[in-house]
Design a protein around this ligand. Structure first.
Ligand code: TA6
Length: 284
């Protein structure tokens, strides 16, 4: 089949969703947030999870898929009133290009500083997200510093992966790596063996290694480049219950493993320079 690029409307006051379909996979990307919502390889279920209680409204991040956390991760370092996880995931992006590359369909989305609220991040920049939807899903988040000043960023491709039961998930590849436990006063520990889940987990792993997410739903591999951190999160029962856009039982069916540069892995982008954070997702 010839790959197709079509648009779906969630509701009239909301930016459209780009749908990329080929014999290899189907992928949906919301222009709100430059937000990959779905990636379904041929013959598979969706590898990504989106809450049934997700809210599609201006200024609100979509709960699930792959939110783009940029130019800061988590709470703003100086101003708690600024949006959690930055401005990119709550801004409306533009489609710069769609096409084929090495036989795979891709879309390139951009967010220009001129289109965002300068009070949150007062620099000239272009943020670009390239999504390549073949048998694998590849994302390239490139920061172009168009300012005369260097600027620091923290960032994450905050992927929510669909799993059949979080209690049977094992995340492998972090063995021996240090992690900052955001639930234990940001103390640092060493990972022993696979990561398993029996309570809320919220950890920043210092790693650039590939990892695997094993569950009865199958095995996903996640490779990265330009990344020195990986955030692993499951809200478990209490936190899921406190999130209005998260079903009380939905913690069972998702795990976040986020390709990132966060915490001590801040990136400083020089004037005129670019930095790319990239991930590749594959189901085995
Ligand atoms: O990625 C882990 C984390 O920082 C958690 O602490 C939790 O807050 C999660 O992100 C979701 O954040 P959000 O602002 O989307 O509710």
């Amino acid at each position: 089949m010839t790959p197709s690029f079509t648009y779906e409307t969630i509701h009239e006051a909301y930016p459209p969703v780009l749908c990329i379909e080929s014999e290899m996979s189907r992928c949906k990307i919301a222009l709100h947030g430059g937000h990959v919502l779905s990636f379904v390889p041929a013959g598979s279920d969706d590898l990504l999870w989106v809450s049934e209680k997700a809210v599609y409204r201006e200024g609100k991040a979509i709960r699930g898929g792959i939110p783009v956390c940029w130019p800061w991760f988590g709470a703003h370092p100086d101003d708690p009133l600024k949006p959690s996880h930055g401005i990119a995931r709550v801004s409306v992006w533009e489609i710069a290009e769609t096409g084929m590359e090495e036989g795979m369909p891709f879309a390139r989305l951009i967010l220009e500083s001129e289109q965002t609220d300068r009070e949150h991040f007062d620099y000239d920049y272009t943020l670009e997200l390239k999504v390549v939807a073949g048998e694998t899903l590849r994302l390239f988040l490139t920061t172009h510093n168009r300012d005369a000043r260097p600027f620091p960023i923290t960032e994450a491709l905050h992927s929510y992966f669909a799993v059949s039961d979080i209690r049977e998930v094992r995340v492998k590849g972090m063995d021996g790596r240090p992690y900052i436990d955001q639930l234990q006063q940001n103390q640092t520990f060493l990972q022993h063996g696979a990561i398993t889940f029996g309570e809320e987990v919220d950890r920043i792993y210092r790693t650039d290694r590939p990892c695997r997410i094993d569950s009865p739903a199958g095995t996903y591999s996640l490779h990265s480049s330009g990344s020195r951190s990986s955030v692993v999160w499951n809200p478990w029962i209490d936190k899921a219950g406190r999130l209005s856009d998260f079903g009380d039982e939905e913690y069972r069916e998702m795990v976040c493993v986020e390709t990132a540069n966060v915490g001590p892995d801040t990136v400083v982008v020089s004037p005129g320079a670019c930095h790319t954070l990239a991930m590749k997702l594959e189901k085995h």
